[in-house]
Design a protein around this ligand. Sequence first.
Ligand code: KG4
Ligand code: ZN
Length: 337
Amino acid sequence: MIQVKHILGIETSCDETASAVLRNDFRILSNVVLSQDEIHAPYGGIVPELASRQHLRSINFIVRESLSRAGLELDEIDAYAVTQGPGLIGSLLVGLSFAKGLAYYFQKPLVGIDHLQAHIEGAFLEQRDIPFPSLALVVSGGHTSTFLMKKKLKYELIGRTRDDAAGETLDKIAKFLDLGYPGGPVIEKLAAKGNPQSFPFALPRMTDRSFDLSFSGLKTAALKQIKENHISRDNPQLFDFLASFEKAIVRALLDNMARIITRFKPKALILCGGVARNRRLRTQFSKLAEEQCLPSFIPSPKLCTDNAAMVASLALERLKRQKKISLTLDLDAYPRF
Ligand code: KG4
Ligand code: ZN
């Protein structure tokens, strides 16, 4: 059996080029993330072709930087981890091909990792003994999904958004109001100055009693409010509107989560993904957990948004459970869950 002392993870599923090095005991030796926000900001959203081209330009430097911050050379890396999907296919292929090249040259194992499972792993990075079964809510720019984990590395999809993801909804409204990209952090900052009770938003509900979510209704309601009330960057009502909108997104997520808790009776709750950086969501999620007498686990903000430490950590968990280590490079990128 191969002894993995150090593992290097690579993440390029979306618009962050990231590389991290972890030690065998899951200690993060380096976690380097290069955001492409400035490149996509003028377009108000990610331009896939620009994203993959930028990953190509950055990946070599970012991997080198993660090694140098960890104080290691490439030949001291015993295994590689890379995000296989879901994500932008061109972006995923940059990370996957780079990782394959390294694994092939050094004849080390390469572990393909699912991006949503990696986000959940972000919580385990800081708290290794989360009780099972646990419910994990992944809220990012591309995904809003709830998973039941009966044990470590077992993920059962309970529900997901049928249209836009929560982060995507925030990004789209920010784009419409010309507030900048990514929308989530800008909305959070401006919403802090407003009154969340000012604008009414109806909670989205699935008619079929499933645990899926939908954000397109909230987006349409927000656009209607913007038009009817002439909300704009320069209108003082902007803060109240954004506070109410942010509150509506959080309520939609947590109302659904409360139903899922009642049905599945977990022993712990996990919140992760880029939108989990949002303070209102973090506070309300912890409050919901307290009301349900459950412990809650939310990664620290830098482990919520895309990073490669979560990717390396999940791969390390998997390698530790494998009796035989394979050197196969037969991994394909996949764009959708
Ligand atoms: O997980 P992530 O980095 O990338 C994806 O996998 O999509 O999430 C990015 C999303 C974006 O939609 C961004 O607007 C949102 O996370 N986000 C936030 C905050 N920080 C990032 N949303 C609300 N509040 C924040 N503070
Ligand atoms: Zn993500």
